[in-house]
Design a protein around this ligand. Structure first.
Ligand code: G3H
Ligand code: 13P
Ligand code: ZN
Length: 352
């Protein structure tokens, strides 16, 4: 089936009380790992590419890899999403490349570092919503700032500083009314990258009350959790065992994410866990077979290791078993949906 707008998947998840992992990709093996996991578990998928991923792969390679994924997996609904678009131009160029969903991250200025004010954020996000919805493409916005830095994207806030920039429920309500976004990324104490928490989380690591309050006020807006890797200790251990250096660190427990899903979280961003799985698998090959120089031998096992992480998340978030239940909808059909619904598109569930 053709790539589907992300909104279709989020609506289905909302109506059936589950969440969808959104996995970052940078190469063919990562895309293959996600699709293999999706086939095994009958899961709909969100595949996302950051600006860094787009420049690493070159848009043309990425576009054709995604078309290959759709061709080879005709019964898997796949949404292709721009992760952390830093400007309307980035989002528009993603739409030109066939992405069916974009994130306009106006919580930071276009440099991807400086926290932006509410007016700037609402203004750039509204512009993207107007252009994207006219083509049936889904839009995710972000309010509040996460901690950590990923490849130049992120305010570089420490975990403590990030706690001062949590999403304000009053502002969330106003932001959604002003912009008409389909989905809203909220800051509730997560951060990007492997180094999230130095102490083992003992429950209540996230400010769940913020999610609960935003969901209460905006029951029809799909909430998004960034920085949601769980940093499994066994993956850190494999990296260390085979010569890597990883300081002690902890991620977001899957149980906390499931609490979020009960309160309106529909998209959960996971990148770091796959990076850890890939790195550990490759290190193991290099450490145990020093004569190996066939890339298929180490890229193949890294693909398998990533697939296992994807299967685990798909099952834990509840998206497993849902691919075959989703009626495919094209971006063209979504144009009519947004036209009918006007700015209040978010108030109308699409998929029954
Ligand atoms: O939020 C960022 C994602 O983990 C992507 O990271 O910018 O290094 O590709 P990246
Ligand atoms: P992690 O670094 O926790 O995997 O988060 C990824 C992310 O939020 C991508 O936007
Ligand atoms: Zn993110």
């Amino acid at each position: 089936m053709p790539l589907v707008p992300m909104r279709v998947l989020l609506d289905h998840a909302a109506e059936n009380d589950y969440g969808l992992a959104a996995f970052n990709v940078n190469n063919m093996e990562q895309i293959q790992a996600i699709l293999a996991a999706a086939e095994e578990t009958d899961s709909p998928v969100i595949i996302q590419a950051s600006r860094g991923a787009r420049s690493y792969t070159n848009d043309a390679y990425l576009r054709h890899l995604m078309l290959a994924a759709a061709e080879l997996h005709p019964s898997t609904p796949i949404a292709m999403h721009q992760d952390h678009g830093n400007s309307p131009e980035t989002c528009l160029s993603a739409i030109e490349q066939g992405f069916t969903s974009v994130m306009m991250d106006g919580s930071l200025k276009a440099d991807g570092k400086t926290p932006a004010d509410f007016e700037y954020n609402a203004d750039v996000t509204r512009k993207v919503v107007d252009a994207a919805h006219a083509q049936g493409v889904t839009v995710e916005g972000e309010l509040g700032c996460l901690g950590g830095v990923e490849d130049g994207h992120g305010a570089g806030l420490s975990a403590e500083e990030a706690m001062q920039h949590l999403t304000d429920p009053d502002q969330a309500e106003e932001f959604v009314a002003l912009t008409g976004v389909d989905a809203l990324a909220v800051a509730i104490g997560t951060s990007h990258g492997a180094y999230k928490f130095t102490e083992k989380p003992t429950g209540d690591v996230l400010v769940m009350s913020v999610i609960e309050e935003i969901h209460r006020r905006l029951p029809n807006t799909h909430l998004v959790m960034h920085g949601s890797s769980s940093v499994p200790q066994e993956l850190l251990e494999i990296i260390r065992q085979y010569g890597g250096e990883m300081k002690q660190t902890y991620g977001v427990p899957v149980e906390e994410i499931r609490r979020g899903i009960k309160n309106g979280v529909r998209k959960i961003n996971v990148d770091t866990d796959n990076r850890l799985a890939i790195t550990g698998a490759i290190r193991k090959v290099f450490a145990t077979n020093k004569g190996e120089f066939d890339p298929r031998k180490y890229l193949g096992v890294s693909r398998e290791a990533m697939k296992q992480v994807c299967v685990d998340r798909m099952v834990a978030f509840g998206q497993a078993g849902n691919a075959s239940k989703i009626k495919p909808v094209t971006c063209k059909e979504m144009v009519c949906f947004y036209q009918r619904a006007g700015c209040g598109a978010r108030d109308h569930a699409l998929v029954g």
